[in-house]
Design a protein around this ligand. Structure first.
Ligand SMILES: *Cc1c(COP(=O)(O)O)cnc(C)c1O
Length: 418
């Protein structure tokens, strides 16, 4: 896409088949929100749903609501609504816990499967640029198991091929890199791993609701991801977990709490996991937060990932073209791949003063975020981001750079969350 005029962007918005969906989100005036990859915007329906859960289901229904309001079934019911977005089938996904916790469960399960097949496989291969919690969880699990497991980190996707070998138990990758926005080829890498006897764990935090994902068609083994980013589930809303049906019932996952038991209310002294993905549940779920996930998923049910992907690529193409034209005199380096097949739904640029530039943008109402080192990151959510907003955001960026507003002292102080 070439750099369009603002009028051309307005025309694209008028013709946008997804245009009506924006009305289902509550976005504040004066803000261009390009951080849905970190915390999705609020579905309007969430206010009424939250009031209903708190006042009626909790307030009036009390303990009865576990049955009468479907609380007990919620992890599975939401998993079924989420499944089509990631290429999973009915009763293959549950919404529960956090991404970090779910990663611990599936990684442990994968290592357990491999310990039976070939106990000499002790290496978990991942990328050094993976989201830190993924690496930390793998390190914590290896430390807990005390069986010589180690992590082998590659510095770029091109090195994965050489890093996966006869010693590899698991290839643990994030499908779309949180920093660069680079998307990996799930089917090809899964095939590579399987050909060498390794299992795959895919983190879909920046993929679910952002790009089409085909877990079953890619023959993936395990997947996890969060719901508070592109799925708009609300701050800290529970994550999801998917396990290939062929592997699911092979072993317990290590957080063998009573919600994964075959008969939780039989109160048996012996753990006995239920068949199916519900064995990846642990304990009592955060129902009020979990209920909000449904408001986001119900908006996705009105469209499909193919339509969202088309608009997402148009938005990111436009943003790249406009920045490269209008801000061409500034030291901005595109970090995100230009190639569509390798791009998620975000665009990252490096700028020597990235942190301050982003703070200046946020003060002007253009909300993206900053990631070390020097990366300014912009997420594009086709459900609610318009083409005109892309144009206006780039115009604000141009102004912040041309006027060097970002040099002001106040843009250099760091908060606890960046
Ligand atoms: C956002 C993100 C997480 C977050 O994990 P939490 O347990 O929800 O804090 C994990 N992995 C990746 C790749 C992410 O992008």
């Amino acid at each position: 896409m070439t750099a369009l005029t603002r009028e051309q962007c307005q025309l694209l918005d008028q013709q946008d088949p997804l245009r009506a969906l924006r009305e289902q989100f509550a976005l504040p005036d004066g803000v261009i929100y390009l951080d849905g990859n970190s915390l999705g915007a609020r579905p309007r329906a969430s206010t009424a749903r939250a009031a209903e859960v708190v006042s009626e289901e909790w307030g009036t229904g009390l303990i009865r609501s576990w049955n009468t309001a479907g609380w007990f079934e919620l992890p599975q019911r939401l998993g079924n609504k989420l499944a089509p977005l990631v290429g999973a089938g009915e009763n293959e996904v549950v919404v529960t816990d956090t991404t970090s916790i779910n990663l611990f469960k599936v990684l442990a399960a994968a290592l357990r499967v491999q310990a039976m097949r070939d106990p000499s496989r002790k290496v978990i291969v991942s990328e050094a640029s993976n989201f830190p919690t993924d690496l930390y969880i793998a390190q914590g699990l290896a430390d807990l198991l005390q069986q010589g497991y180690s992590l082998r980190l590659v510095n770029s996707p091109a090195e994965i091929d050489a890093a996966v070998g006869a010693d590899t138990a698991v290839l643990m990758l994030t499908h779309v890199n949180y920093k660069s926005g680079e998307m990996l080829d799930m089917a090809a890498l899964t095939e590579l791993a399987h050909a060498r006897g390794a299992l795959t764990v895919w983190d879909l935090c920046h993929s679910a609701g952002a790009v089409p994902v085909a877990l079953n068609a890619s023959n993936a083994d395990y997947a996890i991801g969060c719901t508070y980013k592109y799925l708009n589930g609300g701050p800290g809303s529970p994550a999801f977990v998917w396990v290939a049906p062929a592997l699911r019932d092979a072993f317990w996952q290590p957080l063998s709490g009573w919600w994964g038991h075959a008969a939780p209310f039989a109160m048996e002294p012996q753990y006995r996991p239920v068949d199916g993905v519900r064995r990846f549940l642990c304990g009592t779920q955060p129902i009020t937060s979990m209920a909000m996930v449904e408001c986001g998923l119900d908006i996705f049910a009105q469209t499909d990932m193919a339509a969202l992907r088309t608009k997402s690529l148009q938005l990111t193409d436009l943003f790249i073209a406009l920045v490269e034209e209008r801000c061409r005199h500034h030291p901005l380096t595109l970090v995100t791949p230009r190639e569509h097949a390798r791009r998620g739904s975000q665009v990252s640029f490096e700028h020597p003063e990235g942190y301050a530039v982003m703070q200046a943008l946020i003060e002007r109402g253009v909300i993206g975020d900053y990631r070390e080192p020097r990366i300014i990151r912009f997420g594009f959510t086709p459900l609610y981001t318009s083409f005109t907003e892309v144009w206006d955001a780039v115009e604000t960026l141009r102004d912040v750079l041309d006027t060097e507003t970002y040099r002001a002292e106040r843009f250099h102080a760091r908060g606890a969350v960046t």
